[in-house]
Design a protein around this ligand. Structure first.
Ligand code: GDP
Length: 160
């Protein structure tokens, strides 16, 4: 019998890297801004409650409440990704699933980090790695599906 699970997913990254745009693309399949979304994995339904920083990242860290109880995190773009991963590891559950998403793939000619560099850093830090474009939609659902597949389906996560 298919089950329904629910998770908290937090977004991290520098301002203007496209966090809100990625969520909007994923949740509503449009491009232009707390949202909820569902993903089907192996017949089960996984529901994400997605927390967006709402610009608080400009203070260079986020309130502990932001991380509390988070099951998954998307670190958007490579710019200072290490800083955000360090902050996550300090504040979030040790089991958190972290995905590094290189957004703005449509601007690939301006890219500052190669695919290989991104992948190497993600492998070293044990992160999922994907590239995406909130503008074109490429790679966006793939990023969230990758996360969904890594999340534990435990009793605790079952929706009541
Ligand atoms: P946030 O501050 O990280 O939430 O970033 P936003 O989602 O507000 O996006 C910042 C700016 O980048 C906006 O002008 C978006 O239109 C633009 N943007 C976001 N994603 C993409 C993308 O995939 N490609 C391009 N070209 N621009 C993007």
């Amino acid at each position: 019998m298919p089950k329904i699970y629910q998770y908290k997913l937090v977004l991290l990254g520098e301002s203007a890297v496209g966090k809100s745009s990625l969520v909007l693309r994923f949740v509503k399949n449009s491009f232009s801004d707390h949202q909820e979304s569902t993903i089907g994995v192996d017949k089960d339904t996984l529901k994400f409650e997605i927390w967006d920083t709402a610009g608080q990242e400009r203070y260079n860290s986020l309130a502990p409440m932001y991380y509390r109880g988070a099951h998954a995190a998307v670190v958007d773009s490579f710019e200072r990704a290490k800083k955000w991963v360090t902050e996550l590891l300090r504040n979030a559950s040790p089991n958190i699933v972290i995905a590094l998403v290189g957004n703005k793939l449509d601007l690939a000619t301006h890219r500052q980090v190669t695919l290989e560099e991104g992948q190497a850093y993600a492998d070293e830090a044990n992160l999922l790695f994907t590239e995406a474009s909130a503008r074109s939609g490429d790679g966006v659902s793939e990023a969230f599906i990758k996360i969904a597949k890594k999340l534990p389906k435990t009793e605790q996560q079952m929706a009541s």
